[in-house]
Ligand binder design. Sequence first.
Ligand code: XUL
Length: 530
Amino acid sequence: MAGKDRGKEYLGFDFSTQQIKAMVVDDSLNVVHETSVQFDIDLPEYRTQGGVHMHEDKLTVTSPTIMWIQALDLLLDKMKNSGFDFSNVAALSGSGQQHGSVYWKRGAQKVLKNLQPDKALHQQLQGQFSVENSPIWMDSSTAEQCKQLEKKLGGPQRVANLTGSRAYERFTGNQIAKIFQTNKTAYENTERISLVSSFAASLFFGDYAPIDHSDGSGMNLMDINTLDWCDEALDASAPALKEKLGNLAPAFDKVGHISAYYVDRYGFPPDCMVVTFTGDNPGSLAGMRLQEGDVAISLGTSDTLSLWLTDPKPALEGHIFANPVSGDAYMALLCFKNGSLTRENIRNTSADGSWENFEKALKSTPKGNHGNIGIYFDVQEITPPAVGVHRFNSTGEKVASFPKEVEVRALIEGQFMAKRVHAENLGYTIGSDARILATGGASANQAILQVIADVFNTPVYILTSTVNSACLGCAYRAKHGLFGGSTTPFQEVVAMAPPYKLAVKPSPDADKIYTPLTARYKELEESISQ
Ligand code: XUL
């Protein structure tokens, strides 16, 4: 169809660890185009593995900043060559892997403002970074800086109360502190520090774009109560940091019209709006259309939980972020390392390696497992910090083993009671209209979903199209931002998106069984935590 007849379209990007991806939705929010560029495969000259360079110390993990830019050149060329018509794109937005940082060299703003359409971006921006390899979220080399921050601010709980999380090695403030301490010249030569998300937005805007409140919450530098920079944390991290970070903005604010570079080179309309970019986890919350009271559970190698919160209680575990689609709310992110690999282990040892037998075992055992409770942390767990396999009988005594079916139920009940406990620790309460949105491999297993519904006493829905919810979420956010992000509720804008599928409802006796059992689980988990 010719440009004008297609109607308005919205473009979402995701700058993630291994690839960048673009997704386009039409005005009714149907996905009409998808393209991606894989760093390892499409840009082999950077010699990344999984998009990153793991350094010799095994703690430092970086990605070449210019590789991300060259990937964007490739991605847009790919879209153009496939015949994609950019002239319908009314607005664009995007997300980035969280916590990673980009260091623009003095003078880079000028180059960004004067991009020449006859040259690729990476040719023009080569040499414009004071730190050429961006530290990313997989980096864990800043233990020292974390200790310093917690000491200067009065302990881990105070850092959490102020910034939403205790000090974490991957969080940007600690990464910046390390750069200041180990490479002062580079720090002094830095004109602006962006997150991966605001860096990507800057490329489209042709000037520095603000860091948004949600991704900004992953820095240990922003006050989550005022949504402004936390001066104490800034001063504790590096000198003159505020001016290098620029202003913060809500994720649903407009940044401004796209740079003329993209109009001339690719045929974007001059009034195409760039909407503030955010982190990939906040982007996913938008893609899953999470609402107040909802819990999103993603079941993968690690399990993650995203919650919509109104009254957050920062803790020593998990993260509180500003909500990317509502100025009055928050979200929480919890990561559980023992996810699908642990489920596969128990399937192998107790269900003959078959998911069918695993389901049978779950169905043949009663809710509450006769009071038997298991905690299966094959590898060091993040939430809570603990390791090992622990089994308790109905009187709370430690036992060495369970019968096979009891083992299967103990694993699944334990995994989801843990999720309820830690969600409640961060201020979540299960409301009567709550929903659980399940995604990831194990969400295809009906018997597992039934346990989730029962433990939370809440219906479980599954999403049919969950591939890259961050990217999809940013296409939605582009539309929301264009139509007045702060005045129009996000839910109104996405109301026409394809509905979820109700997978299971909680059993009538679920609450009576699992509320007391979860309280017991909590005590047992505390008894084995470090
Ligand atoms: C979140 C985190 C990761 C990255 C992955 O705190 O570190 O989920 O955002 O891209």
